[in-house]
Design a protein around this ligand. Structure first.
Ligand code: ADP
Ligand code: MG
Length: 241
C-alpha cells in the first residue's frame, strides 16, 4: 500500500526569485524524510511542487516510480495528505463532520459511511470523545490531531507535514509529534518539514537540509546532526539546537 515518492531536479522561480534550484528528493515506500532549513529556503514551496499546487518549471515528480505531472492535479492531491501549521477546520461544523466532509464530497461516500470512517480516524488520533464538539472547544494540539485525522480519512498514500507544530503552545507539541511518529512507524510514507530537531533525529530515515532553494546536505540523521559537512549546516544547527 505504501508508495515511494521522488522529486528530480525540481526548479521553480517566482519572477526572478529562483526558489527551487534543482532539488532532488527520494522517499522510499514507508519511510520518513525530514526537511530542515532556514526560513525562506524553499521548504514549503518544495512540498507544494510535489503535490502540484505549483507546477515546476523543470523536473519531475514520481509516485511509485511513475511520473504524476500529467495526472489530474486533484486526483494527485487525493493521494497526498497534507497537514499545515494552521489547521483550517470549519468552526461551525462538528469535529466528526469536518473529517467526514472530504470522503463525502470527494469520494462520494454516503453520510453514514463517511461518519463511521471519520469516527474510526478520530479513534486513531485519540479523540473519539470529541466527535460532536466544535473545533473551537478543543486545544490547538487536539485541533491539529483532528486535522491529521481529516487528512488520513482520505486514505492518502503519502503524508506531508509543513511545520505542523509551529503554531502550537509548547506543551501541546509533544502529543502531535507523538502521533506523527506513530504514523511514521506504522509505515506511512512521509515528508515532514519541521523545526523540531528531536523529531528529525529520532523519527526520520533521511534528513534533507535546504538553503536558498538547494539541498545542501542529505543523509541519515546521525550523520547530519553529528557530522555536518558544510559550514552552512553547522551554522544552522548551532542556531537551532
Ligand atoms: P520556507 O518554507 O523554507 O520558509 P518558502 O518555500 O515559503 O520557504 O519560500 C521560499 C521563497 O519563495 C521565499 O523567498 C518566498 O518569498 C517565495 N515564495 C513562496 N511562495 C511564493 C508565491 N506564491 N509567490 C511568490 N513568491 C513566493
Ligand atoms: Mg514554510
Amino acid at each position: 500500500m505504501a508508495v515511494s515518492l521522488t522529486g528530480t531536479d525540481l526548479h521553480l522561480a517566482f519572477g526572478t526569485n529562483k526558489v527551487l534550484r534543482g532539488v532532488d528528493l527520494h522517499v522510499d515506500a514507508g519511510d520518513t524524510v525530514t526537511v530542515i532549513g532556514p526560513s525562506g529556503s524553499g521548504k514549503s514551496t518544495l512540498l507544494r511542487v510535489l503535490n502540484r499546487l505549483h507546477e515546476p518549471d523543470q523536473g519531475d515528480v514520481l509516485l511509485d516510480g511513475k511520473s504524476v505531472l500529467k495526472d489530474n492535479p486533484d486526483k494527485l492531491r487525493q493521494r497526498i495528505g497534507m497537514v499545515f501549521q494552521h489547521f483550517n477546520l470549519f468552526p461551525h461544523k462538528t469535529v466528526v463532520d469536518n473529517i467526514a466532509l472530504g470522503p463525502r464530497k470527494l469520494k462520494g461516500m454516503s453520510k453514514d459511511e463517511a461518519r463511521s470512517l471519520a469516527l474510526e480516524q478520530l479513534e486513531l488520533v485519540g479523540l473519539a470523545n470529541k466527535a460532536d464538539s466544535r473545533p473551537g472547544n478543543l486545544s490547538g494540539g487536539q485541533q491539529q490531531r483532528v486535522a491529521i485525522a481529516r487528512a488520513l480519512a482520505m486514505k492518502p498514500e503519502v503524508m506531508f507535514f509543513d511545520e505542523a507544530t509551529s503554531a502550537l503552545d509548547p506543551e501541546l507539541v509533544k502529543g502531535v509529534l507523538a502521533l506523527m511518529a506513530d504514523l511514521a512507524k506504522g509505515g506511512m510514507t512521509m515528508v515532514v518539514v519541521t523545526h523540531e530537531m528531536g523529531f528529525a533525529r529520532e523519527v526520520s530515515d533521511t534528513v534533507l537540509f535546504m538553503d536558498h532553494g538547494s539541498v545542501v546536505e542529505t543523509g541519515k540523521p546521525d550523520q547530519l546532526f553529528d557530522k555536518p559537512e558544510t559550514e552552512r549546516l553547522q551554522q544552522f544547527l548551532s542556531q537551532v539546537l
